[in-house]
Design a protein. Sequence first.
Length: 207
Amino acid sequence: MKILAVSDQVIDRIYPLASHGHFSDVSLILACGDLPYTYLEYLLSIINVPLYYVPGNHDPQFDPGHVASRAEGCTNLDLRLTRDRSLTLAGFGGCIRYRPDGVNQYTQPEATLRAVRMLPRLLWNRLRGRRMDVLISHSPPFGVHDSDGAHEGLKAINLLIRWARPRYLLHGHTHFFRTNLEASDTQTLDTRVINVFPYKVIEIEHV
C-alpha cells in the first residue's frame, strides 16, 4: 500500500502531479501539520482517498464549530485511533512550547499528559491483538530528528513509541533540506521514524 505523506510546506509541483494522476496508486494521505487546510482539501478532492491529519504549531486551534479551524472532508486524528485500509492509525499533534501564547504548543509535562489520554485506547488496541501500524505527529520524538529551541522533540512521542510500538512514525516540523537518508529515516526500537517534510510517498506492507 502506498501512502502520500505531507508536512510543513506547500509544494507547487504537487498540483500538476496530482491533477495528472501521478498519485493514482496512493491509498491514503497523511498530513503532519503546518499546511493550509485548502491545500489538504485540494489533495483530498483530486486524489480522492481518505486524508488524516494532525495540527501543527502554525495551524489554528481545532474548533468543530468553525470551518476555518478544520480541513473539510478530512479527519483530524489528534489523540485518536482509527482503522482504515486494514491499517491501525493514530495521531499526536502539536510541538514543544516555545511561545507563551503559542497555539498547539505544549511543555514536556503537558504533552505527556496528552499522551496518557491515549493509553486506554492503545491498551484496548493491544487486547484486540492489533499492533499500531502508523502514528503521525507534527513534532519528532525527543532526540530523533530534532534540534534545540522550537524544534526540540516531544518526550511524549518517545513514550508512545514505547507503549504502542508503531511500525511507522511519520512526522514533520523539522525541515531537512539535505538528501542524506540517515537524516530523515531512523529506526527507533521497533519503529521506523520518517521525517516526511515536505512530502514523501511511502510504501507500507501489510502484516
